[in-house]
Design a protein around this ligand. Structure first.
Ligand code: GLN
Length: 482
């Protein structure tokens, strides 16, 4: 049985651990062996602790031996994006300004995943403070795409995506402010779900743009993503924006199919995609239609306005959120004769270029005299996007689009041109502005590089998104078998 550990999905592995067929220690050792082979090439982790993982697995096995009931993720190796607070690992958000900082508490999501019996392997690389689409903005290192080591894994949750794609853990958490779960999922050939704003507690997430940030699962399969979603969804009194919505039985609903679904294929977002990506989305539409969904094309021109609005709103919120890194309370402290000099040195040396660029853009957009022209205007555009979605969702249960206009690009290819990099978020940003959920699921490839398609839905429609994603995933698997 232990030979086949790496072939089991999260549900099967935790069932095997609960039944005693596999011990949690065996499970974790199999994954640590995989880490030893893959990590030197992929560079996905900012911190790793094999001894602690084994110790945690031993605790799970002891709990089982003593007759305690084990959780739904018993013995499942997981990785956390390094902008989630953990007491067992440093938490840096890939910024030098937080080098070595160990938080005094765990993020609520981290506690929930660990309470379900999962074993933390380590913390994953990201673009500094989640600002980026390639993980190249990390203050520490560049993570490589396991499908082609010369290419980026996407970002900002690129480390989490690469960990799943190279099977160094079975489940990972990412965060998504403008696409940072879905875009790396797409570029790395895995599943990524951005839940409805407020579905998952943000307590213990280092804030980037608080009105847009949302934590979600990243996994190799739709079923694993659904399983992790069940564990992390739910109200948390520690997060004032947390929703009090009941948690649906997501895994059990997956097989229910798509026959009653009205799906809108968003033409405006197809037009921005490369021919290979557009054709994959077209095939996904045809597949859903074959499975009984009613698919129609819809134009929603407002969605493309999301991109410029996001790049005002997100930096504005970031400029405020990142004011707390002053060299006094956390992490890195620069030198200076006076408090002000010390703070200037800490922030100048501690933050990377992209973070500084966004702090400056955001401060400018919020400053007196420019507030109306930029911030207020962007908020109006945000309302437009939200209204356009509402209108679309009155006619459609789901919308289908590319996740990212292209497949994974080469390391270095876009890092000199921030605007070109920003453009890769055009398909994912709208659902952050509206707060609605969306998922990326692999559907085809171009010369071996994965392509993801995006399904978007109205607030709290995660069950529907997962069902449709599962249908696409199953159809592709059957095609492969034929
Ligand atoms: N790529 C987008 C950005 O750079 C989105 C990042 C995210 O979702 N955290 O802001």
């Amino acid at each position: 049985m232990t030979d086949g550990i790496l072939t089991l999905d999260a549900g099967a592995l935790s069932a095997a651990v609960r039944s005693g067929e596999v011990t949690a220690v065996e499970a974790v050792e199999a994954y640590l062996a995989q880490v030893a082979v893959q990590e030197p090439e992929v560079d996905a982790f900012l911190s790793l602790d094999a001894d602690a993982a084994i110790a945690a697995a031993e605790a799970v096995d002891r709990a089982r031996a003593s007759g305690a009931a084990l959780g739904p993720l018993a013995g499942v190796p997981v990785a956390f994006k390094d902008n989630l607070c953990t007491t067992a690992f440093p938490t840096t958000a890939a910024s030098k300004i937080l080098e070595g900082w160990v938080p005094p508490y765990n993020a609520t999501v981290v506690d929930r995943v660990l309470a379900a019996g999962a074993i933390a392997i380590g913390k994953t690389n990201l673009d500094e403070f989640a600002m980026g689409s390639s993980t190249e903005n990390s203050g520490y290192k560049i993570t490589r795409n396991p499908h082609d080591l010369d290419r980026v894994p996407g970002g900002s949750s690129g480390g989490s995506a690469a960990v799943i794609a190279s099977r160094m853990a079975l489940l990972a958490l990412g965060s998504d402010t403008g696409g940072s779960i879905r875009q790396p999922a797409s570029l790395s050939g895995i599943v990524g779900l951005k839940p409805t704003y407020g579905r998952v507690s943000r307590y213990g997430l280092l804030a980037y743009a608080s009105s847009l940030d949302q934590i979600g699962p990243m996994a190799a399969t739709v079923k694993d993503a659904a399983l992790m979603a069940e564990v992390i969804f739910g109200h948390d009194p520690m997060d004032a924006t947390s929703l009090r919505a009941p948690i649906p039985a997501l895994v059990n609903a997956l097989m229910e199919g798509v026959t009653s679904f009205r799906v809108g294929l968003v033409s405006d977002l197809l037009e921005v995609a490369s021919p290979a990506v557009a054709s994959a989305v077209g095939r996904a539409a045809a597949t859903l239609a074959q499975l009984g969904a009613k698919v129609e094309t819809i134009s929603i021109p407002e969605l493309a306005l999301g991109l410029p609005a996001y790049y005002v709103v997100a930096p504005a919120e970031a400029s405020s959120n990142l004011a707390r890194y002053d060299g006094v309370r956390y992490g890195f402290r620069g030198n200076g004769e006076t408090a002000e000099e010390m703070m200037v040195a800490s922030r100048s040396e501690g933050f990377g270029d992209e973070v500084k660029r966004r702090i400056m853009l955001g401060t400018y957009a919020l400053s007196a005299g420019y507030y109306d022209a930029f911030y207020l205007r962007a908020q109006r555009v945000r309302s437009l996007v939200r209204t356009a979605f509402q209108e679309a969702y009155s006619r459609f249960d789901l919308l289908l689009s590319p996740t990212s206009p292209t497949t994974a690009f080469k390391i270095g290819e876009r890092s000199e041109d921030p605007v070109e990099m920003y453009r890769s978020d055009v398909c994912t940003i709208p659902s952050n502005l509206s707060g609605d959920p969306a998922i990326s699921v692999p559907f085809g490839d171009e010369d071996g590089l994965p392509i993801g398609v995006q399904l978007m839905g109205p607030a709290l429609s995660e069950e529907r998104l997962l069902r449709a994603a599962f249908a696409l995933e199953s159809a592709r698997a059957e095609e492969g078998e034929r």
